[in-house]
Design a protein. Structure first.
Length: 188
């Protein structure tokens, strides 16, 4: 697994460098929160780290190609290339695959790791830290468009939080972020 994690990091951070999307700080936030949740819920930390690194590994390419809605399938395709070259077990490969596939939420998760990845992804926009990171790295966007985009992303992420501990952790932050966005929308 160590070599696979090296390759996953190399892929994700090279894509960040090439495209600027997502911001490295957003990737790091999701990985950090995923690892915290994995430890708290006693699941495989390596699966979580690999999955949170790979779940949006092609989002930058998708944005550049004006195919944002395809970023999950594009990320899955790229992750499968890495998985196929790895010595990971079929069980590990399947789990990582489903973590990437389900990181925007599903009715029934394949595994607890998959649910954790989905919830870790929510921190990118529904937390104050994620919100500030998003503001910092999208500042070249017109304010009206930025407020609309962040409002949509914050609501999207809040709607898929499924773990009660994450809901408890994010509730006050989510409310502050939505209040800020609402007040900004009134100003523009």
């Amino acid at each position: 697994m160590d070599q696979f994690l090296i390759e996953a990091r190399r892929l994700m951070y090279s894509e960040v460098e090439k495209t600027g999307i997502p911001a490295k700080a957003q990737v790091d936030l999701a990985v950090e929160k995923g690892i915290e949740l994995a430890k708290r819920l006693n699941v495989n930390v390596d699966i979580i780290e690999a999955s949170t690194l790979l779940m949006d590994c092609m989002v930058g390419q998708a944005v550049k190609a004006k195919r944002l809605n395809d970023h999950v399938s594009m990320s899955l395709e790229k992750a499968k290339e890495l998985l196929n070259q790895s010595s990971l077990s079929i069980k590990e490969k399947d789990n990582i695959y489903h973590c990437i596939l389900e990181h925007h939420g599903v009715e029934k998760f394949y595994s607890l790791e998959s649910e954790i990845c989905c919830n870790a992804d929510c921190y990118k926009f529904a937390s104050m830290r994620g919100f500030v990171i998003a503001l910092r790295y999208t500042r070249d966007m017109p304010l009206k468009d930025l407020v609309a985009l962040l409002t949509q992303k914050v609501e999207e992420k809040w709607s898929i939080v499924s773990l009660q501990s994450v809901k408890d952790d994010l509730k006050d932050q989510y409310q502050m972020v939505t209040k800020i966005l609402h007040n900004l929308s009134l100003e523009i």
